[in-house]
Ligand binder design. Structure first.
Ligand code: TYD
Length: 218
């Protein structure tokens, strides 16, 4: 828990796991019950962090080595936390964030082999013990995820596909990594089965949120 009046929920998972759609569904649900909601994303979410995002997501897959990439992620994250997330929480808002520091543990730690401990040290250096109140980990077979992500890129002509173009082994390490993260922090993290219709997955999300809030006494 952040110990602040607001509520901070992060959405995690591999490529094409449907996080973005589910964020919009949960945003609607919170707004419907009268909450002020801020939807944000990483890398990015503040002016400076969006500039760093551009460095991170465009160009050749080998553009950055793993360490540089990890530092850029945490530089952007610090800016995002200080300028966007903390102020919103202090105002009592619900903050829904598309990816947060667990993505660095999964992608740079497990995916690129820096190791989870290395990333958790960087996490502590950059933002101390700041973390989400609840983290939803969207879990999906990698073939299904990459298929969905492929369709998205065919439809939305985005050039931000540096990570999608990494190999299948990388995506398997990611999935295993996210599952290990969730298992190591079972109170903060909930694994969501991301297979199935949007509405079905959304009901799973809402149930997980209600359960978690009740468990945290909120
Ligand atoms: P984005 O287009 O937002 O993709 P997605 O819909 O999958 O979230 O791109 C974010 C990419 O950055 C994604 O491939 C995961 C990667 N990433 C990291 O490697 N480390 C991180 O700490 C974060 C936040 C993202």
């Amino acid at each position: 828990m952040t110990g602040k009046p607001g509520l901070f929920i992060s959405f995690e998972g591999g490529e094409g796991s449907g996080k973005s759609t589910q964020i919009r569904c949960l945003e609607k649900w919170f707004r419907g019950s009268g909450h002020d909601v801020v939807v944000t994303r990483e890398p990015g979410g503040s002016a400076g962090a969006e500039e760093i995002r551009n460095l991170l997501l465009t160009g050749d897959p080998g553009r950055w080595d793993a360490v540089t990439e990890a530092f850029l992620m945490f530089a952007s994250r610090r800016d995002h936390v200080e300028r966007t997330i903390r102020p919103a929480l202090a105002d009592g808002k619900v903050v829904l964030c598309d990816r947060f520091a667990d993505s660095s543990v999964a992608y740079q730690g497990y995916g690129h082999g820096l190791g989870a401990d290395y990333i958790r040290n960087l996490w502590a250096l950059a933002i101390g013990d700041f973390k989400p109140d609840l983290t939803l980990v969207f879990d999906l077979a990698i073939e299904t995820g990459l298929e969905r992500a492929g369709e998205r890129f065919a439809n939305v002509s985005a050039a931000e596909d540096r990570f999608e173009r990494m190999g299948t082994d990388f995506h398997q390490r990611l999935r295993d990594g996210f599952r290990e993260i969730a298992a190591s922090e079972p109170v903060r993290c909930r694994v969501i089965d991301a297979a199935g219709e949007i509405e079905v997955v959304s009901q799973r999300v809402i149930k997980a949120v209600k359960d978690s809030l009740a468990r945290q006494g909120r």
